[in-house]
Design a protein around this ligand. Sequence first.
Ligand code: SF4
Length: 363
Amino acid sequence: MVAILEDALSEKVLAGERISAAEALELYGRPLEALGALANARRDLAKAASYGERGREIVTYIVDRNINYTNVCNVYCKFCAFYRTEKDEDHYVLSRDQLDEKLDELSAAGGVQILMQGGHHPTLSFDWYLDWLRHIREKYPHINIHGFSPPELQHFAHLFGMPLRDVISQFKAAGLGSIPGGGGEILVDRVRERISPLKCNSDAWLEVMQVAHELGLKSSATMMFGHVETIGDRIEHLQRLRDQQDKSGGFTAFICWTFQPQHTVLKVTRPTGVAEYLRTQALARIFLDNFPNVQSSWVTQGPDIGQVALKYGANDFGSVMMEENVVSSAGTIFRLDAAQIETLIRDAGYEPRRRNNWYELLN
Ligand code: SF4
């Protein structure tokens, strides 16, 4: 049991009160174990609010699958090892048969969701996307389509010459069920201009979330850190997410991970270590007082650190993720099945429970 420092800021955190950006910076400098204990206390408060007192003992996970429908992309983010141009021999757009094969496998494994994202393809049509959504919705009604990151949706609005709201509402009518928080990286334009100058800016990313939430679609929020940003930039990112959640209220969860540098053109002077990952996640749990869930990121950090992260503010182990292409393109490959995830959760002292995208317990 880690002793929690007795001071006014710790008392404030333990009481579940909102902290300022200046207080976040102060917390970030505290001993890791002390910060983790505060985040853990806030995690318990949040989960008791979601699931009752037993919520403190529950760690959730979801059985889903990544579907990266194309790797063709003309955005060329410096941290990305996944994209290809149409001139590259290994570029692809999945066929309908390949899609069905993946969905059949997911259904057989008891999966309930696909995370469907792709590059910013320059020529796929609006009808191509609508056909895919309708097809999945009709043939696999038990699978939620968690699809299209905010930069993709802004790309579609631009490519199709349509208002963003019309794109999202027509996608929703065709079967889109929720929106992933991909492409958030760091919501500070000075940083975005350095790592992904052709990707949508912070305001445009948040605009998608505003519109999606207004249309009744829930979404997640992400942060990729450990590249060119400062600690202050990370806190500004969290501030923008918290402000957005105050306005539109549709974020279900926050997930953060460290930049994976292999096979990318973005060079960093020093790698981000485990302590910094845990410290950042713990701070996010405390700062994002209006986010009910925080996922640990075993896909990027590995199963062991993903497990430790459950003591640093996370209440969810993410997904079984039967297929993952983006992080693995950058050289990070971890695989876990549902039984392994449940063992990791139990060994950390929690009760594993499957969930759906809306964090409703399934078993
Ligand atoms: S991160 Fe996404 S938008 Fe950026 S280059 Fe890779 S596939 Fe394209």
